[in-house]
Every structure is written in structure tokens, then in C-alpha cells.
Design a protein around this ligand. Structure first.
Ligand code: NAI
Length: 338
């Protein structure tokens, strides 16, 4: 049967047509790794996002089930499932935003870098597909180690001649979400009222919360600073150990990824003042990639915001973070160049 001839296909196309005639803003979003621990709740949250008109769910397993399930939600986005490598190109064609949580997660005792060997190859394949089928899409990269997978993606896009550093964003939002939660606990206030910039990267000491720049302005004792920095840097490990072999953060991560994707979509729509932390190509330090606050807009990253004033504790942390980051970035670049 030719594609597009089934009753379901025709009704999906009709719904999309109907939406675009209504003038509703609608973006096409693909989720790669949609059947996983992060992928499934993230699919649910993206299906609830009114800015999404089409949601493509791609994985190498189980997408028919996830798609049937999510597709029954009575929200606007049209959902389509794609299974396995032969369907990757169809999943990606025409997409405005591609979110990538594909790959293996940590088990107790593992670092994010231990995932490199498996996830580097997965990210390369998926990014080759993006370069071919939707080279102008914004990419939100979640697969770990983010400090290396973002440089890998950049190298793949450079090779394909499609690299736009403004459109490639490593997702570090979970570090900010955790920082907001833990700081709010210490201050005894609502986490929704707290904004903690977290810069550097997304692994261990590269996660650098700037507690001197917390909004609302506040001060901490030396003991509180040490406790908070350590808990924010090891928040992922806290979840890995609590799950005892059943994976890493998935639900809080899906929440964080949905929050970040929504910010990217609002930027694409042209909303003003959208600022989030993200690991991107940057000149804030001497390293080629670094996470800071960035302003999002129609072209992706419109502006990289400066680090701001750091105290002595943060300056020492920055030096440690840069040392580790340099190695992780180089590892990613070499994986493609070798
Ligand atoms: P999971 O194992 O539950 O799900 C991963 C999914 O990726 C599976 O459904 C699997 O079939 C799929 N997959 C594997 N190879 C694929 C390929 N070639 N193409 C498409 N899909 C493929 O893992 P989970 O818990 O969802 O984590 C996913 C990734 O996200 C891990 O690398 C993890 O370390 C990372 N992560 C990142 C965070 C961040 O803050 N950036 C936070 C938490 C996890």
C-alpha cells in the first residue's frame, strides 16, 4: 500500500491541514529514542505542548506501542511513529526541532564518560540523518556524555557542510532544575521563585552552579555552599544509586527536556527574552564549547550571555571544570576526525 493511502494517514494529514488553516503556530518535533525511560514521558509532555503540530516518535524498538498510546491523547499535535534505521529519514524530514535522548543510561558505579563507546556511535548516526533530512532544525542533545556528544554532533554537521553552531544545543536544564530545587529547600522558599545559573558542562565537576548569582539575591554560609555544590554536581548519581541498576534520571529529565524544548519553540516563534542555560559552541572561555545562559530566538542561540562576576570558590571551580571539559570535548572531536 503506498504511504499516505491508509485511513489513518489521510485523517492525520487532514488534521494537520486543518490546523495550519486555523493559523495556530505549529512546529514539527522529532524525538529520537522515544521508547526509552526519558523518551516516553518526554513524548507525553511534548504531545501536551500547544506549540507542537506534529510529533514524530523514532526509536529502534517499541515505537508502534508508544505511538498508539500517546496518539490517543486529545491534544493538538499529530503523532506518528517510526521504527528502526530504514525509517529514520522519514522521521526527520521537515522537522523544526529534533530532541535526542537515544542511547544507554548509567548504572551504579558508572560515570557518564563510561557511556561514550556506545552513545558516540548512536549520536553520529542520528546526526548524519539530521544533516541529510532537516539541516535547519534546532537540535536538543540529551544523550550522555553531553560534554562529548555535542562536539561529536558538531563534527558530523561540519563534515556534511550543514553546521550552524546556533542550532546545536546540549541539554543541561536538569542541572538547573535540580539547583533550583535544592537551593529552594535550603532557603525555605518555592522552587518556582528561584533561578540558579549553572555553567560549564554536564558531568561531575564540570557542573558549576553559580550560587553567588542566585535570583532572588541571597547569601549562603560556606557550609551551605559546599553542600549545595556537591549535591547539584552529584544529583544524577543520587538518582542512579537510588534506582539501583534500573537506570538514571528519566522523569525529572523528561520534565527538564520538555521545559527546554518549549523555550526553544517559543524562541522560534519569536518570543522575546527567552533565556536558558545550555552547552553550546561558545567564546566565553578558551574552550570551543561551554554551558552558560543563552538567549533563544528564531535562529536558535541568538546571544551567549557572559559568566558574570564569580567569587573565589567559583573561580577555583571554573578552573577544575575547564580542565575536565577540555578532555571530554577533545574526545568527542577525535571520535569523528580519527
Ligand atoms: P533508555 O535506555 O531507557 O532509553 C534509551 C532509548 O534509546 C531506548 O529506547 C533505545 O532503544 C533507544 N536507542 C538506542 N539506540 C538507538 C538508536 N540508534 N536510534 C534511536 N534510538 C536508540 O535510557 P534513558 O534513561 O532514556 O537515557 C537516555 C540517554 O539520556 C542516556 O544517554 C542518558 O545518560 C542520558 N541522560 C541525559 C541527561 C541530561 O541531563 N542531558 C539526564 C539523564 C539521562
Amino acid at each position: 500500500q503506498p504511504p499516505g493511502s491508509k485511513v489513518e494517514d489521510i485523517s492525520l494529514l487532514r488534521r494537520e491541514d486543518c490546523r495550519s488553516k486555523g493559523g495556530a503556530p505549529g512546529f514539527k518535533v522529532a524525538l529520537l529514542g522515544a521508547s526509552g525511560g526519558i523518551g516516553q514521558p518526554l513524548a507525553l509532555l511534548m504531545k501536551m505542548n500547544p506549540l507542537v503540530s506534529a510529533l514524530h516518535l523514532y526509536d529502534v524498538v517499541n515505537t508502534p506501542g508508544v505511538t498508539a498510546d500517546i496518539g490517543h491523547m486529545d491534544t493538538g499535535a499529530v503523532v506518528r511513529g517510526f521504527l528502526g534505521q530504514p525509517q529514520l529519514e522519514s522521521a526527520l524530514t521537515g522537522m523544526d526541532l529534533v530532541i535526542i535522548p537515544a542511547g544507554v543510561p548509567r548504572k551504579p558505579g558508572m560515570t557518564r564518560d563510561d557511556l561514550f563507546n556506545i552513545n558516540a556511535g548512536i549520536v553520529r548516526t542520528l546526526c548524519e540523518g539530521i544533516a541529510k533530512c532537516c539541516p535547519n532544525a534546532i537540535v536538543n542533545l540529551i544523550s550522555n556524555p553531553v560534554n562529548s556528544t555535542v562536539p561529536i554532533a558538531a563534527e558530523v554537521f561540519k563534515r556534511a557542510g550543514t553546521y550552524d553552531p546556533k542550532r546545536l544545543l546540549g541539554v543541561t536544564t536538569l542541572d538547573v532544575v535540580r539547583a533550583n530545587t535544592f537551593v529552594a529547600e535550603v532557603l525555605g522558599i518555592d522552587p518556582r521563585d528561584v533561578d540558579v545559573p549553572v555553567v560549564g558542562g554536564h558531568a561531575g565537576v564540570t557542573i558549576l552552579p553559580l550560587l553567588s548569582q542566585v535570583n532572588p539575591p541571597c547569601s549562603f554560609t560556606t557550609e551551605e555552599i559546599r553542600y549545595l555544590t556537591d549535591r547539584i554536581q552529584n544529583g544524577g548519581t543520587e538518582v542512579v544509586e537510588a534506582k539501583a541498576g534500573a537506570g538514571s534520571a528519566t522523569l525529572s529529565m523528561a520534565y527538564a527536556a520538555a521545559k527546554f524544548a518549549d523555550a526553544c519553540l517559543r524562541g522560534l516563534r519569536g518570543d522575546a527574552g527567552i533565556v536558558e542555560c545550555s552547552f553550546v559552541a561558545s567564546q566565553v572561555t578558551e574552550l570551543p564549547f561551554f554551558a552558560t545562559k543563552v538567549r533563544l530566538g528564531r535562529g536558535g542561540v541568538e546571544e551567549i550571555l557572559p559568566l558574570g562576576p564569580l567569587n573565589e570558590f567559583e573561580r577555583a571551580g571554573l578552573e577544575k571544570a575547564k580542565k575536565e571539559l577540555a578532555g571530554s570535548i577533545q574526545k568527542g572531536v577525535s571520535f569523528i576526525r580519527k
